[in-house]
Design a protein around this ligand. Structure first.
Ligand code: SAM
Ligand code: 2KA
Ligand code: SF4
Ligand code: MG
Length: 245
């Protein structure tokens, strides 16, 4: 008998739009895994790792996840984004990727570059999001370098992008250092959301647009950051801090 390794899933939702980074605006479904090896000070998905939504965690096989995606998304989608938490904690995500590819579904991953899995080489859209100083995390940049070198050796760089969330000038300088190291990888700066519990969508949107304006200005006057894209979290502008969108 083949034993199927189960994946801890905390939410499955969609179809929605990818609100961030290189596929912004693309129609996609989301599978969100539970658990993270980081605990960023401003994490907008802290429920995946802080115990507050423990009751929502389900251990699911690739086939069960596929059935639920079809149940809620029907025939309306051709792309699935796997986020977390950190999906790179789980070797068994490889089985889910195979399953989705066998059903002609493209797969995106959101991860922070602190862990590597062999299935990184099979991901259609791999977003790596190193954490800047404001997160209070200490990103291992040598490990990140190993991951990116490995992807390059396997000719996968066209499937990879780097996305750094910016809250302040210190984060901006950190992002600049990383940009200079990896000029051949598509590079995105994303507006940080400091109001992750704000319920008034208008107040939130106003704050985020102000920060977007600031970040655009920082980039426009910069002589190093040239081949770069600056984005807000589109889903936050549309739906605020709502979960499952
Ligand atoms: C919730 S994380 C999950 C995937 C993975 N752990 C990571 O951090 O890349 C998904 C994306 O949301 C970003 N993010 C988390 N909290 C945020 C916030 N308050 N403002 C803007 N982006 C945020 C992360 O940097 C990451 O790019
Ligand atoms: N619409 C939408 N786009 C997203 N892009 C990355 C997300 C994430 O939490 O990883 C996310 C999310 O939660 N919702
Ligand atoms: S790495 Fe991602 S999921 Fe983990 S705490 Fe940071 S933002 Fe949240
Ligand atoms: Mg999110």
């Amino acid at each position: 008998m083949v034993t199927k390794r189960l994946i801890p899933v905390i939410e499955i939702f969609g179809p929605t739009i990818q609100g961030e980074g290189m596929l912004i605006g693309r129609k996609t479904m989301f599978v969100r895994t539970a658990g993270c090896d980081f605990s960023c000070s401003w994490c907008d998905s802290a429920f995946t790792w802080d115990g507050s939504s423990k009751k929502d965690i389900r251990l699911m096989s690739a086939e069960e996840i596929w059935c639920e995606l079809k149940q809620i998304g029907g025939n309306t989608f051709s792309h699935v984004t796997i986020s977390g938490g950190n999906p790179a904690l789980f070797p068994q995500i490889g089985e889910l990727i195979h399953f989705l590819h066998n059903h002609n579904i493209l797969v995106g991953i959101e991860t922070q570059g602190s862990r590597y899995q062999p299935w990184f080489l099979e991901v259609d859209d791999l977003t790596i999001s190193p954490k800047p100083p404001s997160s209070n995390m200490k990103q291992d940049l040598e490990f990140l370098d190993d991951i990116l070198k490995n992807l390059e050796e396997h000719n996968r760089l066209k499937h990879v992008n780097l996305k750094i969330v910016i809250f302040d000038e210190q984060d901006f300088h950190y992002a600049k250092k990383i940009y200079q190291k990896y000029s051949q990888i598509p590079f995105y700066l994303q507006v940080g959301n400091p109001l992750i519990t704000e319920q008034n969508d208008a107040v939130l949107a106003q704050q985020l647009l102000k920060r977007y304006n600031w970040l655009i200005n920082m980039v426009m006057h910069d002589e190093v950051l040239k081949d770069i894209r600056v984005l807000p979290q589109l889903h936050t502008l549309v739906w605020g801090n709502k979960r499952g969108v």
